[in-house]
Design a protein around this ligand. Structure first.
Ligand code: NI
Length: 189
């Protein structure tokens, strides 16, 4: 497997609408494996194909592991999703504000409003139809990744232009005054 280079602005590929995947061949399988490897190496929880320079409707997502009372990672509590040609078919009317980052915009975070819950139709890595109901923080990751496939970045959706920070400033500003804010910042996607 190969760790791929992650594309950053102003590379125009980040702003293009991606093409649907039509061939579930060996080349696609190795791209998917490389994307999973690249996401993990970058300590991210999601990565979309345009972020590695491929304009394809494909993203990988790996939810954060659950931890036990002693703070140890619970084995196999991470969940890995490969979503191909995904479509959000339903979104909750309930929305939540949260702070997110992006592997293509390193060193920054921003506040974005997302649906609390979504239903997604997609194909898995072998072309089999899947239907997913996703809630909470994972729903945020799915919306962020599917945005990438439409050429949309989270900076387009900030709750206010002021709610965009250098990562270290965000931590300095909020963790001293409100410890609960810290928990709302997760790995970039
Ligand atoms: Ni991203």
């Amino acid at each position: 497997m190969t760790i791929l280079d992650i594309v950053t602005p102003p590379d125009p590929i980040l702003r293009q609408k991606t093409k649907p995947v039509v061939r579930f061949n060996a080349e696609l399988q190795s791209l998917i494996d490389d994307m999973i490897e690249t996401m993990r190496a970058a300590h991210g929880v999601g990565l979309a194909a345009p972020q590695v320079g491929r304009s394809l409707r494909l993203a990988v997502i790996e939810t954060l592991p659950k931890v036990d009372d002693a703070g140890n990672e619970i084995k196999e509590s991470r969940e890995l999703f490969v979503i191909i040609n995904p479509e959000i078919v339903w979104s909750s009317s309930t929305v939540v504000d949260g702070v997110e980052g992006c592997l293509s915009i390193p060193g920054f975070v921003g506040e974005v409003t997302r649906h609390d819950s979504v239903r997604v139709k997609a194909l898995d890595r072998h072309g089999k139809k899947i239907k997913l109901r996703i809630n909470g923080w994972s729903a945020r990751i799915f919306q962020h990744e599917i945005d990438h496939l439409d050429g949309v970045l989270y900076i387009d959706r900030l709750t206010s232009p002021d709610n965009f920070w250098r990562e270290e400033d965000y931590y300095d500003q909020f963790t001293e005054t409100d410890a609960s804010e810290e928990a709302s910042v997760h790995s970039p996607v």
